[in-house]
Design a protein around this ligand. Structure first.
Ligand SMILES: NC(=O)c1ccc[n+]([C@@H]2O[C@H](COP(=O)([O-])OP(=O)(O)OC[C@H]3O[C@@H](n4cnc5c(N)ncnc54)[C@H](OP(=O)(O)O)[C@@H]3O)[C@@H](O)[C@H]2O)c1
Length: 403
């Protein structure tokens, strides 16, 4: 859509929205209900890539008739999407990963029938412009340029518009284009949650700490390297031989090639670490905690946890119980050896993105985009992410449309 077309489109939608609002506000006042909604579900439709069932790339379907997003809560905003970032999580979700867990988040009382999440829009990263604000939104206004990581239980960003909470958005870095900005939020908020919230790191306590990042060349790893390097840490990374130059450019001080043989031996010969971020999981859990400095508060934080699989496979209550028992057993097992064992999770956070934006604008963190696709090429973008071995993020330019 041209910029004039976009302004006209927006003005029309806002007028329509305000008149609908007035109407709903009066009826709500009469019935003494909370004033929470600003736009009408059937106000209009929008282009989006959706899935109607879980499966391989064939389930991706482009439609011009996806439901326009609706503001349900007073702290929500509708964002016009300029660029969307893709992550391995989108490929997994396309195949059904997390279906039961996300349904529980969407519908805790289990009122709707299974399959009600369809048509489902994937895409976690967004960079765009606020089109409409809920009635309690103060810090942001229409036309603000923002970026966000949309939680996986919400409709995603592979669409012309997306709705999300103000708690999850932040003003986008001025130094980045929308395409660059869309490469950062999901991996950044995951790394932030793992390293800061779970690992206890911050810009004031990181200097000279020895950090090991297992799987440093992927999306989360490339962000984590830059973040802890900016805070003064010494960073050791495992990755494949052909990613060595890439991770060194991002700031890695020492690199161990996992394709040359088992890494536990060369890593074991190094000085012990203060924190390990594990992006690989599996066998690493057996030997990696032994690389930490014991009885010093050192932490092993893994992002590869069975939480979602347990809930998907066993249901909410049994899955939760199994998860709690597993993590407690592992935490105690490692605590008696003097190290902390923790699970890290993606956590959407506007305030974290505010701090990350400042680091980006200060030149401490750069966006690493490997390939850009148009809105019509979303299936190709999924193929690219599914192949793996990326040296940067895959982003989709939404604003030009064209599908
Ligand atoms: N818990 C959560 O909420 C959460 C959120 C986000 C992500 N995650 C998990 O975190 C992990 C990382 O995510 P990501 O988005 O960064 O994935 P990614 O982009 O696929 O990166 C993984 C990287 O690991 C490298 N690799 C593969 N095997 C390795 C090994 N044995 N040793 C060292 N490096 C190896 C691969 O690079 P090469 O090309 O060099 O082989 C790949 O680039 C994934 O397991 C993901 O499921 C969890």
């Amino acid at each position: 859509m041209s910029s004039v077309g976009w302004v006209l489109h927006r003005t029309l939608l806002l007028k329509l929205s305000k008149s609908l609002c007035k109407h709903t506000a009066i009826s709500r006042h009469k019935s003494q209900r909370r004033l929470i909604s600003t736009s009408n579900r059937y106000m209009t439709i929008m282009p989006a890539w959706v899935i109607d069932k879980y499966g391989n790339n064939d389930v991706l379907r482009f439609t011009k008739n996806a439901n326009f997003p609706v503001i349900h809560l007073p702290n929500e905003v509708i964002i016009k999407v300029f660029a969307a970032g893709l992550n391995p999580m989108d490929v997994s979700m396309r195949g059904g990963y997390g279906a039961a867990t996300m349904s529980m988040k969407r519908d805790p009382l289990n009122i709707t029938k299974s399959g009600s999440e369809f048509p489902l829009i994937l895409g976690r990263d967004v960079s765009g412009v606020i089109m409409e604000c809920g009635r309690d939104v103060k810090y942001f206004k229409e036309t603000d340029e923002v970026w966000a990581a949309i939680p996986p239980w919400k409709q995603g960003s592979l669409a012309e518009f997306v709705v999300t909470s103000v708690n999850e958005i932040s003003h986008k870095p001025k130094s980045l284009s929308h395409l660059e900005a869309a490469a950062i939020p999901y991996v950044a908020t995951t790394a932030w949650s793992a390293l800061v919230n779970t690992g206890g790191l911050n810009k004031d306590n990181c200097a000279n700490k020895r950090i090991l990042i297992l799987g440093g060349s992927g999306g989360v790893g490339t962000f984590a390297i830059q973040m802890v390097k900016a805070w003064g840490a010494h960073v050791t990374v495992t990755c494949s031989h052909n990613a060595e130059r890439f991770v060194r450019e991002l700031g890695a001080d020492h690199v161990v090639d996992y394709t040359a043989g088992p890494v536990e031996e060369p890593l074991g010969a190094l000085e012990k670490f203060d924190l390990i971020l594990d992006n690989i999981g599996g066998d690493t859990e057996r030997w990696a905690p032994g690389l930490l400095k014991p009885w010093s508060g050192a932490k092993y934080v893994t992002l590869v946890t069975p939480f979602v699989e347990n809930t998907d496979r066993l249901g909410v209550s049994d899955g939760m119980m199994k998860t709690a028992a597993t993590v407690a057993t592992k935490a105690i097992k490692h605590l008696v050896k003097g190290v902390h064992y923790r699970w890290g999770f993606f956590a959407p956070s506007g305030p974290a993105l505010d701090e990350i934006r400042d680091m980006v604008d200060a030149g401490q963190i750069r966006a690493v985009v490997e390939e850009t696709f148009s809105f019509s090429q979303v299936p190709q973008a999924f193929e690219k992410v599914e192949k793996g071995h990326a040296r940067g993020k895959t982003v989709v330019e939404i604003s030009k449309g064209g599908a």
